[in-house]
Write a protein that binds this ligand. Structure first.
Ligand code: NAD
Length: 417
């Protein structure tokens, strides 16, 4: 994943952490849990802080700071990505690991929540330095990870190549093969087929499942913010399922065509020119215009906090599918709720990635590799089940899908304690 404008700072991270904790507190009240019990779930099990010295090409030694937050492992080993970004900090990894605990639980996976990061701008490093940093981080956290302890994966600015370096370093330390200690690996190193498309695919399945409940076949037009891994695959799979993608965007701006866009051709245009902008036959629009465009379904798939109290009143979509993590602020959420806009929460909508990571882990443990068809079929079943639990809980308790998702997740954790 390579996210150019990750709008995160220490202040933002504290807000993110508080938001995650508030979600748990609210869900705890819905479930009738005591304050003590809620506090026990909120506090992370462990936050590891490490230093990673790297000899740079210019001969000087640079010392990087790395983190791994292991939030909760009641349901199974910790699971979560590692990001390389200058704004990584302690609060951020704790917040993200808390969300991973909820995401794994609501998806019905045998995993807890973890998240790691290194404070670095990877674009300033050459490939050799990046490899040394990745190996150094794996060495520094090696005693805390493993297929039955904590299983890292890619996140912002890390990818399958970096997972491969980290796994190699880890296997040298433990002196045996251990493919399931990391997920998001290249296919020839034990990666799973179907992983690249999994998050987008899962989002489309959750949308289709919601529409089955709404018994409404008329919701058809879609606008997608972000045309990276998640946004593009969501667009492609949604188009295959009959949705009309009328607007998409990236960090440079967006495009709109009321008759629908050819999403594969848009991707080719972006690969050639660096942006979706200027796509022949479409009108250029701003990201703000995309968010408030006249569509049935809005899919924020780029950044957090893009729907705020400033634009929530202008959103015209009937359904929002949260494919990015936390794209709607708390205040905006209340406005959307009052306006009757239905939101499929991030911990359900974008859980396809971690679900296929679970499949990768299981395949590695058994040494038996599945076909892409099997992966996709199992993903569909897993995410549909998760959506159905959440939807029923929301109906039974007359609460929205977000609160229901967190309550379902929390209930599974406290029942297992
Ligand atoms: P990516 O880096 O592949 O793509 C991000 C896209 O967002 C790019 O097209 C980029 O141009 C665009 N973007 C960046 N800044 C923007 C801005 N200011 N306005 C509009 N667009 C902007 O990342 P991704 O893997 O597609 O992830 C997107 C989101 O989904 C992130 O929030 C990520 O945390 C979340 N997510 C990803 C996965 C996964 O499996 N990749 C899983 C769960 C959640």
């Amino acid at each position: 994943m390579n996210q150019e404008n990750l709008s995160s700072s220490k202040e933002n991270s504290s807000v993110m952490l508080l938001t995650a904790q508030n979600l748990i507190k609210k869900a705890g009240k819905i479930l009738g849990l005591s304050d003590e019990k809620i506090k026990e779930v909120i506090i992370p099990d462990r936050v590891i802080e490490v230093k990673i010295p790297v000899r740079m090409k210019n001969g000087l030694l640079r010392v990087f700071r790395g983190f791994r937050s292991q939030h909760n492992n009641v349901l199974g080993p910790y699971k979560g990505g590692i990001r390389f970004h200058p704004q990584v900090n302690r609060e951020e990894v704790i917040a993200l690991s808390t969300l991973m605990t909820l995401k794994c639980s609501v998806a019905g996976l045998p995993f807890g929540g973890g998240k790691g990061g290194v404070v670095v701008n990877p674009r300033e490093l050459n490939p050799e330095e990046l490899e040394q940093l990745s190996r150094g981080y794996a060495r520094a956290i090696s005693e805390y990870i493993g297929e039955w302890k904590d299983i890292p994966a890619p996140d912002v600015n890390t990818d399958s190549r970096i997972m491969s370096w980290m796994l190699d370093e880890y296997e040298k330390i433990i002196k045996r093969k251990s493919p399931s200690a990391f997920t998001g690996k290249p296919i020839n190193r034990g990666g799973s087929l179907g992983r690249t498309e999994a998050t987008g695919r899962g989002g489309v399945i959750s949308l289709l499942t919601l529409l089955e409940y709404l018994e409404n076949k008329k919701y058809n037009t879609v606008a997608i913010q972000g045309y990276g891994n998640v946004g593009y695959h969501f667009a492609k799979i949604a188009q295959e399922k009959g949705f009309k993608i009328v607007a998409v965007s990236d960090s440079k701006g967006g495009i709109y065509n009321a008759d629908g866009l050819d999403v594969v051709a848009v991707k080719e245009h972006k690969n050639k020119t660096g942006s979706v902008k200027g796509f022949p036959g479409a009108k250029d629009i701003s990201n703000e215009e995309l968010l408030t465009s006249e569509v049935d379904i809005l899919v924020p798939a780029a950044l957090e906090n893009v729907i705020t109290d400033k634009n929530a009143a202008d959103i015209r979509a009937k359904i929002i599918v949260e494919m990015a993590n936390g794209p709607i602020t708390e205040k905006a959420y209340s406005i959307l709720q009052r306006r009757g806009i239905i939101t499929i929460p991030d911990i359900v909508a974008n859980s396809g990635g971690v679900i296929v990571s679970y499949f990768e882990w299981a395949q590695g443990l058994s040494g038996y590799w599945w076909t892409e068809e099997e992966v996709n079929r199992k993903l569909e079943k897993q995410i549909k089940n998760s959506f159905v639990w959440v939807y029923r809980f929301s109906q039974d308790n007359d609460i929205d899908l977000k609160d229901a998702a967190v309550a379902v997740a929390l209930r599974r954790i406290v029942e297992a304690q």
